[in-house]
Design a protein around this ligand. Structure first.
Ligand SMILES: O=P(O)(O)OC[C@H]1O[C@H](O[C@H]2O[C@H](CO)[C@@H](O)[C@H](O)[C@H]2O)[C@H](O)[C@@H](O)[C@@H]1O
Length: 368
């Protein structure tokens, strides 16, 4: 395995997050401990009160931008960036056509190459529901993924804790990357794509476990006064769900979350579908997990590999981006609404994902 824990965890990743507030906050706080500023031999008088005032203004702006972003990422919200006109919507479909309508074109592009499948879980294999603990996939979908994994190397890449996503999928022959790719494990049993005898296990954020645990407890305590808020421990990251929180309470919730994570400059905040996600500032995401898995499967420097990544969320964009940059395979965004995306194709919902996977299985069966 070329990738090591050290090179995975050697810096901050500022690309995909909503913002990197804790770092900025720490920097501004440190001003209080320094002597007065001196310029050209003269003291610049920056009073403590003024600094505190600035900090308050920054903090309010930050919360406002979080809440704006929470609104903008809700497709049915009037302030959503997805509320596009019909014209825009059809132009979006031209650039991200349905992977079902263009199935033949996709197959042509993969000719002579090994297709490798990467599947996000929530919103891709299972429909989005209010209670994250009840996001079950259908038996039909499970049977389809099982058949898929018999014909192509297949990985589940999820923001959830690996054990939890496994308890939903329950297929031992797959690769699993939980906690947004920070917890990768190879097939427990009989996959013909399993390489060697050694089980793959990669956890680039293991040193963050105690911190995540602590933050998880603090977030539960802090947000318990917000009706509908739910904190989910995803092992190497934490989710704060606001799907069931009244919009009037979103600002309050954002403040509660910020009041906890501002103490942790090594954690950052990203957003998913009605969820705030708190995770380590390591250079690791679903895109890196995809590259790691390709390497584990023996396709590191191959030109004859065709990775297909299907996902519905902002965090899946890291994987779509990698595929674009590699010029190999492509991403498929699962969405009913036009969205800014690095994916090349689209599918509207998990039902369509299942149809697409079934067609792939059938095509492979006929072309063995
Ligand atoms: O990468 P994923 O597998 O898509 O995980 C991302 C988050 O998915 C889950 O939350 C989402 O699905 C829930 C169930 O449908 C829904 O209630 C929630 O609003 C969605 O954000 C999961 O619970 C999170 O921990 C993951 O981060």
């Amino acid at each position: 395995m070329g990738m090591t824990k050290e090179n995975a965890a050697n810096g901050c990743d500022n690309n995909s997050g909503v913002d990197m507030i804790p770092d900025l906050y720490a920097a501004s706080l440190s001003m209080y401990t320094k002597p007065p500023l001196v310029a050209s031999g003269r003291h610049i008088t920056v009073t403590r009160r003024k600094l505190l005032k600035n900090l308050e203004v920054n903090s309010t702006q930050r919360i406002t931008s979080w809440v704006d972003s929470m609104r903008a990422s809700s497709p049915t919200h009037p302030k959503s960036t997805h509320s596009l006109t019909e014209d825009n919507s059809s132009s979006w479909m031209l650039h991200h056509p349905s992977a079902l309508d263009t199935f033949e074109q996709i197959i042509d592009a993969s000719q002579g190459k090994q297709i490798v499948m990467f599947l996000d879980y929530d919103g891709t294999l299972s429909p989005i529901v209010d209670d994250p603990d009840r996001a079950f996939m259908s038996n039909k979908m499970r049977a389809t993924v099982k058949k898929l994994a018999r014909r192509f190397p297949t990985a589940i890449v999820s923001g959830r804790c690996r054990d939890k996503v496994y308890s939903f999928v329950r297929l031992g022959e797959l690769y699993y990357a939980g906690s947004h790719g920070m917890d990768i494990k190879g097939p427990a049993k009989g996959s013909k794509y399993k390489k060697g005898d050694q089980a793959v296990l990669f956890q680039p954020a293991s040193e963050f476990l105690p911190m995540i645990d602590e933050v998880n407890k603090k977030l539960i305590e802090k947000t318990k006064s917000t009706p509908g808020a739910k904190v989910e421990n995803n092992k190497f990251c934490v989710s704060v769900h606001y799907r069931c929180v009244d919009e009037k309470e979103w600002t309050e919730l954002a403040q509660q979350v910020r009041s906890v994570i501002k103490e942790y400059p090594k954690l950052r905040l990203t957003q998913g579908r009605k969820v705030l996600e708190i995770r380590p500032t390591i250079k690791w995401d679903k895109g890196k997990a995809l590259e790691f898995l390709l390497e584990s499967l023996g396709f590191a420097n191959c030109t004859n590999v065709f990775p297909v990544y299907i996902g519905d969320d902002r965090t899946d964009e890291d994987a779509f981006k990698i595929l674009r940059a590699r010029g190999q395979g492509f991403g498929i965004l699962v969405s009913k609404f036009p969205k800014d995306t690095n994916a090349s194709y689209s599918l509207q919902e998990p039902e369509e994902v299942m149809n697409f996977l079934q067609r792939l299985v059938e095509w492979k069966r006929l072309n063995l």
